[in-house]
Design a protein around this ligand. Sequence first.
Ligand SMILES: [Zn+2]
Length: 254
Amino acid sequence: MKVYFLGTGTSQGIPVIGSHHSVCLSNDFKDKRLRVSIWIHWDDFSFVVDCGPDFRQQMLAANCHDLDGILFTHEHADHTAGLDDIRPYNFRKGPLPIFAHERVLKSLKRRFDYIFETENRYPGAPSVAVNEIENNKPFAIGNKTAIPISVWHGDLQVFGFRIDDFAYLTDVKTIDESEIEKLKGVKVLVVNALREEPHATHFNLQEALDFIALVQPESAYLTHISHLLGFHEEVAKKLPKNVFLAYDNLEITV
Ligand SMILES: [Zn+2]
């Protein structure tokens, strides 16, 4: 299975519009981060986790011709705002399967009412096939099984996903013991690390490193990064040897 980092930035992306912060002005391509998302693909199957405002640009950059579905972590705009741009996949294959918590589906139905409209649909409007994710209920994606991992983004419940020995968790601040159990034996873990300073709803760097030390994957990749974390090159040097700072357009094999 290949995991392609479509975006590794926090909600505003890097550079932040109008910012004069040195990281926002950096010329290093690894310091340019679109909104957080991954593309996972294997054999003939292809899924993305989240569909933020940079979705179109990301699909073009990754040259992702076919898509079998979108797994949503939660409803925040940096994870969902690109849903209108699934149309090229609809025109090729029909309604695109989406997988999300009931609460997230409600939010999408309110914000993208025209996508879910069943009568008098605008011709060419995006179309989806809805699949509800419930905690403790693994579900099929292609010929694999996705295990939902429920985490806390402050007070908001968010899903991460385990597929075989790979797990992707973003927007985590806390995680219950029962959910950590589900990560046992994971070889590659992706987890969010916002910045060095603590934050109310996201792991900071130390919290992410402590969590990685607890889960003990063979390797870990940090994502959902703010410009405040610093320059990619400098932060990367400070990390334990099995922990890597992800960057946009990085592809790994798991
Ligand atoms: Zn986010």
